[in-house]
Ligand binder design. Structure first.
Ligand code: ZN
Length: 379
């Protein structure tokens, strides 16, 4: 805790700089460099371009097992800046790592810090998982800013699909009988999905937009495009739901005489498996730090690429409050994540992460318990 305090100013400066220079997913050149350089200065071996992503990094210190990973996020939202507080996430994980570097010689194990770009829409962690980065890692952790202090939450599996309907253009008034209306295909897809909703489990979320709907009212649209996110509490159920939606898309094309094609326009997220053993350890450390009002568990509607990580290794994604009643992805949330109170949260998070990593390095029983729970959850 004292070691984190020594770095408190640096942690806040990192969070402030990233917060004041928001960069969108896969363009976080400044943030990755700032975080990576801080680790390099503390003796970490740092490499960039992990898993083929220019703004990802991999930093490592120590040797042998266990191998514990702290994850950094640092991407912003269009127009809103750091309205999801990822500036605090990167700074907190790096802060924890800087403090642990001071005592790594006293313990056996390897500390890995991963710079994971583009959480919002690009799925940087999905690419890290696919590249096998987590194959040698024993547990992974990060924190996320929120309105509440929360140890474990659900986060939904997500698929992102784009549907392109193709028809035939014609004058909409002079020769409508010559046209095939691609927009009607999109509209029937929305209708089909709306009919499906009644027969799906409560945790399912399906939300879409029409991203192309024709060019002029007097031209029968020959091309129309819709983009959807589908979400559900489990990957297995989402796979079933997706098949039914694709069936509705085929039906929409059949009804309207159009042709339909689809593709995934973003990487899929898996649901988050929050490890209870790790979350309990994190909670005990929060208590040690005097953080009260900590909720055990709450179901949430969002999705995160940390879900994919949690299907490979025991993982936690706890939340710490940057201000009551705030809603993320709003200007108010961005402001809170740059306020003195918000920057202080990054320091508290760094302490809780450092202490929990220290627990994992020094308590074999904890890691064993976390792993046993993880295998059981996967089964
Ligand atoms: Zn976020």
């Amino acid at each position: 805790m004292a070691a984190v305090d020594e770095y408190a100013q640096e942690i806040k400066a990192l969070a402030r700089n990233i917060g004041e220079h928001p960069e969108l997913g896969f363009q976080e050149y400044k943030a990755a460099k700032w975080l990576g350089s801080a680790l390099q200065d503390a003796g970490f071996e740092v490499s960039y371009g992990t898993a083929g992503m220019e703004t990802a990094f991999h930093a490592q210190l120590g040797e042998g097992s266990p191998k514990i990973a702290l994850l950094c996020e640092y991407d912003a939202l269009p127009e809103l800046g750091h309205a999801c507080g990822h500036n605090l996430i990167g700074a907190a994980s790096v802060g924890a790592a800087l403090a642990l570097a001071k005592c790594i010689t006293e313990i056996t194990g390897t500390l890995v810090v991963l710079g994971a770009p583009a959480e919002e829409t690009g799925g940087g962690k999905v690419k890290l998982v696919e590249a096998g980065v987590f194959q040698t890692i024993d547990a992974a952790m990060m924190f996320h800013p929120s309105a509440v202090n929360l140890l474990r939450s659900s986060s939904n599996a997500l698929d992102a699909y784009e549907f392109v309907f193709k028809g035939k253009a014609a004058h909409a008034a002079a020769a409508p009988e010559e046209g095939v209306n691609a927009l009607d295909g999109v509209i029937q897809l929305f209708n089909g999905i709306n009919a499906l909703r009644q027969h799906l489990k409560d945790d399912v979320r399906i939300h879409g937009i029409i991203s192309e709907g024709g060019t002029a009212p007097n031209v029968v649209p020959e091309r129309a495009v819709a983009r959807f996110y589908f979400r559900a509490a489990s990957r297995a159920y989402l796979d079933e739901v997706r098949e039914r939606i694709l069936q509705a898309a085929r039906g929409a094309a059949l009804m309207t005489g159009t042709a339909v094609e689809w593709r995934q326009f973003e990487l899929s997220n898996d649901n988050l498996i929050s490890n209870s053993a790790l979350a309990r350890a994190f909670g005990a450390n929060l208590e040690l730090l005097g953080v009260t009002d900590v909720q055990e568990y709450e179901a949430t509607g969002g999705s995160s690429d940390m879900g994919n990580v949690s299907h490979v290794v025991p993982a936690i994604h706890p939340y710490l409050s940057v201000g009551e009643k705030l809603v993320s992805h709003t200007p108010e949330f961005a402001q809170a994540c740059l306020s003195p109170q918000g920057l202080e949260v990054a320091v508290v998070a760094a302490k809780a992460l450092a202490l929990t990593a220290y627990d994992l390095f020094t308590d074999e029983g904890l890691l064993r318990e976390a792993k046993a729970e993880h295998s059981q959850a996967l089964a």
